[in-house]
Design a protein around this ligand. Structure first.
Ligand code: S3P
Length: 434
């Protein structure tokens, strides 16, 4: 009997809190006046990097039963840290915290692990230097990064050409504490959790879509933030692993509850539906400004798709698991314009390609496009998967593993703790014998 007939995914799941919203709830909680109660905070390594950095900046954070409590210090209340601020593996921690500390009169040195230390930082710090912050980068682009913050930052107009929610968010966090109008223009709109949380917390700003399709955000600072209870919606990027798992594993039928349905995050559902995926999304309400709902998924015969590069900012974390879906879809899937994937926790273009090839899946890279020829033939498995300590590569190939005859030898499953420590437990809870 093949594994395909052996396993299926069945049942109902409540998954952990969203990573992006968790970072923002901690950082904006720390910048608030009063106590912020955070419910359903994601307790992963990346989020703990943010917690630990905020603590080193003098913010008191504790966990009381299941609720995290952040004692805000205001927008200019960070204390001079006595040690380096270690962001671990987390790009979001370092890049967002650069902006948060930039307007405080302190010196802070940010460090990170090997992977983070090879990811570009000047894409954010260039904007902060423009407003008058003194910054020292390693080799002009990398961690360790020293920031000498100042309360005299300039209100400027920033034009962001690289679509990155992290760049925009970092400037927005700085702008809260700058006197005057900071204007941020994005050539292409990006994930909008920061805007949603600003709105939820009553931090006023203007957002316009210009005729040429560019977006403009104007923040007239300084602003004060009053603490407010935050409920973190479940992570749609984590839900994507089970969604694809159910689509490719015969006999599967699952429901994932209370997932964040932010439009800038669930483009993958649209793509999977275009591929013929039987997916039903039902909106059930809002949680701290974010739409939430339930996702029902059934095993489906998938077909290939062409994914336009314009969608990249809205699929950025889902390409690894979409590649797994494509490997089981009839025809040739083209994922276009994936250059940004090279700057994630690993060079994801390379790590997806290399591991699909190792798993005997027909795949190639042409310029920055990923081309995958799908098949529904039984996969033998038994090959090595090199994760490069990248959590999303480890989880994506754990899903492919469900349909391999012999287990894949994934070199590092521990890295999953970076974004989703409960992944294995949640997968087990819906993994049934056929
Ligand atoms: C994130 C934005 C994305 C995403 C990352 C989280 C955020 O990065 O890949 O996992 O929370 O703002 P970029 O905006 O740099 O592409």
């Amino acid at each position: 009997m093949s594994i395909q007939e052996k396993y299926k995914l069945k049942g109902c799941l409540n998954i952990s809190g969203d990573k992006s919203i968790s970072h923002r709830s901690l950082i904006l909680g720390a910048m608030s006046i009063g106590q912020t109660e955070i419910h359903n905070l994601l307790e992963s390594k990346d989020i703990m990097s943010t917690v630990n950095i905020l603590r080193k900046l003098g913010v008191k954070i504790k966990k009381d039963n299941e609720v995290w409590i952040v004692n805000g210090v205001g927008t200019c209340g960070f204390k001079q840290p006595k040690q380096n601020l270690d962001s671990g593996n987390s790009g979001t921690t370092s890049r967002l915290m650069f902006g948060a500390v930039a307007t405080n009169p302190i010196n802070a040195t940010f460090t990170g692990d090997k992977s983070l230390s090879s990811r570009p930082m000047s894409r954010v710090t260039n904007f902060l230097e423009d407003i008058g912050v003194k910054i020292n980068l390693t080799k002009n682009n990398y961690l360790p990064v020293s920031i000498q913050g100042t309360q005299d930052c300039l209100p400027l107009k920033h034009i962001i050409t690289k679509p990155s929610a992290q760049i925009k968010s970092s400037i927005m966090l700085a702008a809260i504490n700058i006197s005057g109008k900071t204007s941020i223009i994005e050539k292409q709109a990006t994930r909008d959790h920061t805007e949603i949380m600003f709105k939820y917390l009553g931090i006023r700003f203007e957002k316009k879509i210009k005729k040429n399709g560019q977006t403009q955000i104007i923040i007239n600072g300084p602003k004060e933030i009053l603490a407010k209870k935050i409920h973190v919606a479940s992570d749609p990027s984590s839900a994507a692993f089970f969604t694809v798992g159910a689509l490719i594993t015969p006999g599967s039928n699952i429901e994932i509850k209370n997932v964040c349905l932010n439009k800038t995050r669930i483009a993958y559902i649209k793509i999977l539906k275009q591929m013929g995926g039987n997916i039903l999304v039902k909106k059930v309400g809002k949680l701290s400004g974010e739409s939430i709902g339930n996702i029902k998924v059934k095993y489906s015969h998938l077909k290939s798709v062409v994914i336009n590069k314009k969608l990249a900012p809205y699929l950025i974390d889902e390409y690894p698991i979409l590649a797994i879906a494509a490997s089981r879809a009839k025809g040739v899937t083209k994922m276009q314009g994936l250059s940004e994937l090279r700057y994630k926790e690993s060079d994801r273009l390379k790590s997806i390609h290399e591991n699909l090839i190792a798993s005997k899946i027909d795949c190639s890279i042409r310029n920055d496009d990923l081309i995958i020829k799908g098949s529904n033939e039984q996969l033998i498995g038994n090959n090595k998967i090199t994760t490069y300590h990248d959590h999303r590569i480890a989880m994506s190939f754990s899903i492919l593993n469900l349909i391999c005859k012999k287990s894949l030898k994934i070199d590092n499953l521990k890295c999953i703790e970076i974004s989703y420590p409960k992944f294995k437990q949640d997968l087990k809870s819906i993994l049934k014998n056929g």
